[in-house]
Unconditional design. Structure first.
Ligand SMILES: C[S@@+](CC[C@H](N)C(=O)[O-])C[C@H]1O[C@@H](n2cnc3c(N)ncnc32)[C@H](O)[C@@H]1O
Length: 522
């Protein structure tokens, strides 16, 4: 039998009752959150599980998400929903089936991003024209060997490892980040992880959750920074690759000390090589890491404690290095909030005035991306980054000539952050002095940029008005985005003018709109 960590029907009852009150007030997002917490707290094989699924089915019915309603009715029945109440569920099911027939809505419209050019033969998630170069000024960097157009999709990268911010534990799959409109299933043992499917639950258990399950409350407390949580998850994933043998992991690292980027992999499907690519990312060895917290965590679980007793030194240096890699390389993952109006009170990344806040997206987690981490920063980038669940998609934002370097933006764009602030922040976190054109020539902030083409400025103003008031379908947003890409391509010789930079901002907003959930909870 599993040891039940944090499972408790009494808490599950309290959480369900709180959910019921929110449901009565039609606060469906908050109600689902409580039902998910209640589900996670429910002792397995108790009727509390069935009740939580049934409650969720009621929310989905009100939201007209009939497929999810039906799914939750089935789950309720499979999970000890009390027989005496079955009639309620059967009635709901019948109504649901009737409504599904009537409903021609296309809730399932998903826009799939595809690479714009043939894929790299070894790395199928990047286009074949990208090359790795190294020089003194930039270290490793990526250039294109063919001219690229605005809107070209260059990379669709999944992380090697990702973690969810604690405030999203009950709203997203802990394995793949899918929110599945909160239609999630709990870990059968702990109360701190949910999954979108049983496959995801199995994969997570195999890859990392078997180690974390007994530690979830500690890991998700404020003891660890997100970078340290990522380091710990990386250790558990690496351990799983070596089938739990810390000796083999240590030996492997000892024998493979040379630097290997993702371009050096012989076989992309070999997880050991993929791990080496993450382990070879640039790190800041001078950053202090308080490793004693890791020791405390390991001492909670007997199996991990004995591992630390024998291999503590190796584990500590592994975790220190991953933390130091993380500071320079891990990417925050942004998603659209499921709740109308947006942000959770405790979402620290959504501070007012931040770019994410203006765009309406929230930071839901962090990931390690071996390719994207080879991109250098410019305050005037030529590519942009969007997220589809845990995937990073890299798209050309202004034309890039053959032989030019691809530049990402580390969160400090010249259009809305002053040169002094940018330079200080980049030096402090990323340890380099930025010499991009915007810094060298001290380009002004967006409102003070010069105007060269009045007709184009009018187009930009129109796009700006539309994008801030628009409530478009994904398809329509994608069409608008494509139109703007053409206008930017034609006018790019005037960059950085007010009109071109505003068009770029609006096009990015349309692009993100293509990933917005079709429906948000009240
Ligand atoms: C995510 S890594 C980028 C890849 C890195 N160049 C490498 O060799 O692995 C971030 C680090 O790259 C370097 N870097 C990024 N942008 C740079 C720039 N514009 N100029 C100089 N160095 C830069 C800094 O050392 C920074 O900490």
């Amino acid at each position: 039998m599993f040891e039940r960590i944090g499972k408790c029907n009494e808490s599950s009852d309290t959480l369900r009752a709180e959910g019921n009150q929110l449901y009565a007030r039609k606060m469906f997002y908050d109600a689902l959150l409580k039902y998910n917490e209640s589900l996670c707290a429910a002792e397995s094989e108790s009727e509390n599980m069935g009740l939580a699924f049934a409650n969720r089915s009621a929310v989905y019915f009100e939201m007209k998400l009939y497929d999810k309603c039906l799914n939750n009715i089935d789950l309720a029945k499979e999970n000890h929903y009390p027989n005496k109440n079955l009639e309620i569920l059967e009635k709901r099911k019948a109504k649901c089936l009737e409504m599904t027939k009537q409903l021609k809505e296309e809730f399932s419209t998903v826009l799939n991003f595809k690479l714009s050019y043939p894929p790299n033969k070894k790395l199928p998630f990047i286009v074949d024209c990208l090359e790795l170069k190294t020089n003194k000024e930039f270290g490793r960097h990526i250039v294109t060997n063919k001219t690229l157009k605005v809107g070209d999709v260059l990379v669709i990268e999944k992380p090697f490892v990702e973690i969810i911010q604690t405030s999203f534990l009950y709203t997203r799959c802990s394995n793949c980040f899918n929110d599945n409109m909160m239609d999630l299933i709990p870990c059968m043992t702990c109360n701190g992880a949910m999954f979108c499917t049983s496959q995801c639950r199995e994969i997570a258990f195999k890859n990392f959750h078997k180690y974390e399950c007994q530690l979830v409350n500690l890991i998700s407390s404020s003891l660890l920074t997100p970078t340290m949580r990522m380091a710990l998850r990386t250790l558990f994933v690496a351990l799983s690759i070596f089938e739990g043998s810390i000796e083999d992991l240590e030996k492997f690292l000892h024998e493979n000390t040379d630097c290997r980027t993702i371009f050096d992999l012989e076989d992309f499907n070999d997880m050991k090589q993929r791990f080496l690519a993450v382990n070879s990312l640039i790190s800041s060895s001078d950053i202090e890491v308080n490793a004693s917290i890791f020791e405390e965590i390991f001492h909670v679980v007997p199996q991990l404690k004995s591992m630390w007793t024998v291999h503590g030194q190796f584990i500590e240096s592994f975790l220190r290095k991953q933390t130091q890699i993380g500071i320079l390389n891990y990417h925050e993952i942004f998603s659209w909030p499921l709740k109308k109006g947006g942000f959770l009170d405790n979402d620290i990344t959504a501070f007012k005035g931040s770019l994410a806040y203006q765009r309406g997206v929230v930071g839901t987690g962090f990931g390690s991306y071996s390719f994207t981490s080879l991109l250098n920063h410019s305050c005037a980038p030529n590519i942009c980054r969007i997220h589809n669940n845990n995937e990073i998609i890299l798209i050309v934002q202004r034309p890039i000539a053959k032989g030019e370097q691809l530049f990402d933006n580390y969160g400090y764009c010249f259009t809305n952050v002053s040169k002094d602030c940018r330079q200080q922040a980049l030096l402090k976190q990323y340890r380099f002095k930025c010499n991009c054109r915007a810094c060298v020539d001290n380009w002004p902030l967006l409102p003070s940029l010069r105007v060269l083409d009045k007709a184009c400025l009018n187009k930009a103003k129109k796009a700006c008005r539309e994008v801030s008031s628009a409530c478009l379908s994904k398809k329509k947003a994608h069409e608008k985005y494509k139109d703007l890409c053409e206008v930017i391509e034609k006018n790019s010789k005037n960059y950085p003018t007010l009109e071109v930079c505003s068009l770029m901002e609006s096009s990015f907003a349309y692009l993100e709109m293509t990933l917005k959930p079709l429906l948000q909870f009240p």
